[in-house]
Write a protein of this length. Structure first.
Length: 231
């Protein structure tokens, strides 16, 4: 499974779609005003030329102001867009059944904070009883509780063999609080059963746009952790 780049999946309606619609309307008025101004005066008394919306100067001003608003919004959206990534390393733990575990931590490289909403999970298990190369997979995205149930089918116990962090509604993630972005912990036993665990992160920035990144928890994992790695 290859890593996917971060992508924007939803734009804020009020701050993006409405200005674009307004730009379309003002641009249409400008075109109409220019065309109408070049129609002979004798024809302006009949339809559709008698319809006067805005004069050329007013339509030009409205179009310029709306276009400027969209450009300013695009600049600000670029400045506050999150840069979502993740890191994995071995840590020493006391809460799980083994002394060392593979930790996956979410990071935001942008200066502005983003809000995380309702992460989704996809579990791919190692199928020892299946032909070589075939994997047992829960192919659809699921909630955290459903992922715990899927992992329980191979005897893995949450809080003992692994830990999936509970992220509350609108969980804040900024580059000043990276230590709070822990997503999951996996012992060697858990990694012996899990081929891959994906976590789909949707993050809303400060202009209301939503960005998505899929975290590959087992990418580069030390599957037999024996000592802490450098953070």
């Amino acid at each position: 499974m290859e890593s996917e780049p971060q992508r924007r999946v939803l734009r804020n309606t009020a701050l993006f779609k409405v200005p674009v619609v307004l730009l379309g309307l003002t641009a249409s008025m400008l075109v109409w005003s220019v065309v109408r101004a070049n129609v002979p005066a004798s024809a302006r008394g009949s339809w559709p030329w008698k319809l006067a919306l805005l004069d050329v100067q007013s339509a030009t001003t409205a179009t310029t102001v709306t276009a400027g608003l969209i450009f300013a919004r695009a600049q600000y959206a670029s400045a506050v867009r999150p840069m979502i990534g993740w890191v994995g390393y071995v840590v020493e733990v006391a809460e799980l059944s083994e002394s060392f575990a593979w930790m996956v931590r979410l990071v935001n490289g942008a200066g502005a904070a983003a809000q995380i909403h309702d992460p989704k999970y996809r579990v791919v298990l190692r199928g020892d009883a299946e032909p070589q190369g075939v994997r047992v997979a829960a192919s659809s995205w699921m909630s955290r509780d459903e992922a715990v149930v899927a992992l329980g089918t191979v005897g893995l116990v949450e809080g003992q063999d692994y830990a999936l962090r509970v992220l509350g509604p609108s969980f804040p993630l900024s580059n000043s609080s990276q230590k709070h972005g822990i997503l999951a912990l996996f012992t060697g036993r858990a990694m012996a059963e899990i081929e891959e665990l994906l976590i789909r992160i949707d993050a809303t920035d400060q202009v209301g746009d939503t960005h998505r990144r899929v975290v590959h928890c087992m990418q580069g994992a030390v599957r037999v952790p024996a000592s802490p790695s450098l953070d």
